[in-house]
Write a new protein. Structure first.
Length: 501
């Protein structure tokens, strides 16, 4: 019992309270007039006491009666506090469940975001792995080349050291010779000139050997610096290789985790693909069964049209388009489309330009109409060939609807020579309406109906028969002029009358 004071309860309590007051007053007056006593009480006090008991008994009887007739009142009287506690507990539980639901929705959103983030990480990890593998191959090639250069330089240093050692030996030998020649110079004065020349040559050779030694030492220092540089480059390459190996391991671990996530996603995609295949099989079965039914509408056949006036906003454009789809659904239902409550409308479908949803088609039609200001014509056409017991998918065409003919304006003129019978005159008029006049009206701007009910308008049968009689009785060439009966816009039906000249 959500409301403890409903109308019937209040009315009942008011009536019962009045009845209790009346009965209590009647009992009090009755006892007061009889002058009865209760114990040692006076008659007036006895009347008051019985009036009290009568009122209390009336209230008790009312409560019992209401409890007997109303389950909610009985539960409220017997279990009022318990019910309040239950309601409070249920409200608390409801709030908890709502929080749990919100948390579950949030976890679901987070899981979806994590899946997308994992996919992005997987792509980045693949790129980083490819880059790391390329860097590893490049560093390996560089290290191999540096080792080859280091071996070559070691061999060259060894060669230069051998040459330097040989030069030192030669220098010592020449110095010994110079010393020996100096010692014997005093003894060989006759050969002084010869010795002087030999000494000069030796000194020159000594200078050349000194320069050669300096050059060799410079080359050795340069080669040593190059070797140190190569050793440092090799050490850096090894460090880069170690870092690349560590990074490769990290990337491999992330790749493994991403592959596991990708496996889960692939399983989900496989399940979705199987579901989609089952749905496609069902749709193909339905399409195969539908081809046994009669064709209702060909592609681009018109189901309904509506002339509307601007200006148009997104809101009223949506209203007009939905009203047009309702008219088209009524027409499709009359022709045998199903289901009856949704015989035609927008449908998600695969077109040449891609997959288009029903909402996208509706928004596109609204966008075409939104912002226009003048009279506009809306046409609902069949998007595909539609068969009986099928839902007809629609496409909406938005066209300007200008005035094409004023009221009483001549649309065309036909000349009929005399001597023709009524049937021949009527045939000429019908042929002119269906060919020449139709083409002229379309050139002037009339928008024809495409489909089973194709036509531009109507011509009164009585006026036609009367014109046929006038033409046959005139016994001369008659000019039959076709005039509009009202102001006609591009999307209106072309209602005509005849005038004979």
């Amino acid at each position: 019992m959500n409301d403890l004071t409903p109308i019937w309860f209040l009315v009942t309590m008011i009536l019962v309270g009045g009845a209790i007051a009346a009965v209590g007053d009647w009992i009090g007056r009755k006892i007061g007039k009889s002058r009865r006593r209760f114990g040692r009480l006076r008659p007036r006090h006895t009347a008051i006491l019985f009036t009290f008991f009568a009122g209390a008994a009336g209230v008790l009887i009312s409560i019992l009666a209401i409890s007997a007739t109303s389950k909610e009142a009985r539960e409220w009287i017997l279990q009022g506090n318990a019910l309040k506690a239950q309601v409070a507990a249920l409200e608390t539980r409801l709030a908890t469940e709502r929080k749990n639901l919100e948390a579950a929705e949030k976890r679901s959103e987070n899981a979806l975001a994590d899946a997308q983030e994992q996919e992005k990480k997987l792509q980045n990890a693949n790129k980083e792995l490819k880059n790391a593998q390329a860097d590893t191959r490049r560093l390996t090639d560089q290290a191999r080349a540096l080792r080859a250069d280091a071996d070559r330089l070691k061999r060259e240093v060894g060669t230069f050291r051998s040459r330097l050692t040989q030069a030192s030996v030669d220098q010592k030998r020449l110095q010994a010779q110079v010393s020996e020649l100096n010692k014997t110079s005093t003894q060989l004065s006759a050969n002084n000139r010869y010795l002087s020349e030999q000494s000069a040559k030796i000194i020159q050779q000594n200078g050349e050997l000194t320069n050669t030694r300096r050059e060799l030492e410079a080359d050795a220092d340069r080669l040593k610096a190059e070797v140190d540089s190569l050793r440092k480059a090799a050490s850096d390459a090894q460090e880069d290789r170690r870092l690349a190996e560590d990074q490769r391991k990290v990337v491999a671990d992330e790749l493994q985790r991403a592959l596991r996530s990708l496996t889960d996603i692939e399983d989900q995609l496989a399940f979705a693909s199987r579901t989609l295949q089952n749905q496609r099989a069902i749709i193909q079965d339905l399409q195969l069964a539908s081809r046994l039914n009669e064709l209702m509408f060909r592609r681009n056949d018109e189901l309904a049209r509506k002339a509307v006036d601007g200006p148009f906003t997104a809101a009223n454009a949506r209203t007009f388009i939905l009203a047009l789809t309702v008219d088209a659904a009524d027409r499709a239902r009359e022709e045998g489309a199903e289901p009856p409550n949704d015989a035609a409308g927008f449908a998600s479908i695969q077109l040449d330009e891609g997959f288009v949803t029903a909402e996208q088609q509706l928004n596109e039609a609204i966008a075409k109409l939104n912002g226009r200001t003048g009279p506009t014509l809306l046409i609902a056409r069949a998007l595909l060939n539609a068969f009986e017991r099928e839902r007809v998918p629609l496409s909406i065409e938005v066209l300007p609807n200008p005035v094409v003919y004023e009221a009483g304006e001549m649309v065309g003129e036909l000349r009929i020579e005399p001597g023709l019978s009524n049937s021949e005159i009527l045939r000429r008029i019908e042929q002119y309406l269906q060919t020449t006049l139709r083409n002229e009206a379309i050139r002037d701007g009339i928008i024809p109906v495409i489909g089973p009910d194709a036509g531009l308008g109507s011509l009164s049968p009585d006026a036609t028969l009367e014109a046929v009689n006038v033409i046959r009785e005139a016994n001369r060439t008659a000019r039959v002029q076709f005039l509009t009966t009202r102001l006609t816009r591009a999307g209106d039906s072309l209602d005509l009358t005849l005038r004979i000249r």
